[in-house]
Ligand binder design. Structure first.
Ligand SMILES: [Zn+2]
Length: 259
């Protein structure tokens, strides 16, 4: 079993210098954030790729938040696909994978129609990134209005042979704290998993915001992974990403030493 824990974004504020800082701190993953748009040029992506070769830090990418593959507006769907493809282009240069994205909003669509349209849109993205060696990972979401239950994400991944990302905070918010993590883990296919983790607050519509981790909750999650010998990367998305990632690492070490 191999677990890599890392941060959402670089703890130094620079993706280029972040990898050595993480490695020095004993962390081995970093998710490059394109949250507000892909502002990284191709040359910098290349440089980050070279630097990555010098460190034991796995890189992944979070595509921009402004993605709605289910928009009623053709132009907006096309722009959403372009944001994923552009993220993949930089990821390819960095040697980063997967590229995680929030798929979109149901809007007026019923769930079956939304699923079919999502499949169509993701197929168009896959056609553009063919041969790039970058996996795309639709992520489960935390709001009721957002497409992306764990079931939908897993089913897309299976049908389209994509990767996927499970965000535990989103799972909690969608189920208002009554999530069944054991069952979710039992339903996952075998192979490497990409998780995101943080504490979370929710309201009537689901996810409200990410907050620092709850050590007790994370300990229970870590125990489940250890019990299943799951290979995983866990990206800490708490507002205190570096410190919480380090806490998560210590929790794993503590369980391992008492096992
Ligand atoms: Zn996300």
């Amino acid at each position: 079993m191999a677990i890599r824990i890392g941060t959402a974004g670089s703890p130094t504020g620079s993706n280029l210098s972040g990898m050595s800082a993480l490695e020095a701190a004993g962390l081995h993953a970093m998710e490059v954030q394109f949250g507000r748009g892909v502002q990284m040029g191709s040359a910098l992506a290349e440089k980050i790729g070279e630097e990555r070769g010098r460190h034991d830090v796995a890189l992944s990418v979070h595509a921009p938040y402004y993605i709605n593959l289910l928009s009623q507006d053709d132009g907006k769907r096309e722009a959403s696909r372009a944001r994923i493809v552009e993220s993949c282009e930089r990821a390819r240069r960095m040697g980063a994978s997967p590229v995680v994205f929030h798929p979109g909003y149901y809007g007026e669509m019923n769930k079956d129609d939304a699923y079919e349209e999502m499949k169509k849109q993701i197929r168009l993205v896959l056609a553009e990134i063919k041969g790039w060696n970058v996996a795309i990972a639709p992520e489960n979401t935390g709001k009721d209005s957002q497409f992306g239950s764990v079931e939908e994400v897993l089913s897309l991944a299976k049908e389209l042979k994509t990767s996927f990302c499970i965000d535990i905070a989103h799972l909690r918010a969608k189920h208002r704290g009554n999530e069944d993590v054991k069952k979710m883990l039992d339903d996952l296919p075998s192979g490497h998993m990409h998780f995101q983790y943080s504490g979370v607050e929710w309201n009537a519509g689901g996810e409200k915001r990410h907050v620092p981790i709850d050590e007790k909750h994370f300990t229970a999650f870590a125990r489940e992974l250890i019990e299943r010998e799951t290979d995983a990367t866990i990206i800490c998305e708490s507002p205190d990403t570096l410190n919480d990632a380090l806490k998560m690492k210590r929790i794993f070490e503590r369980i391992d030493s008492t096992a």
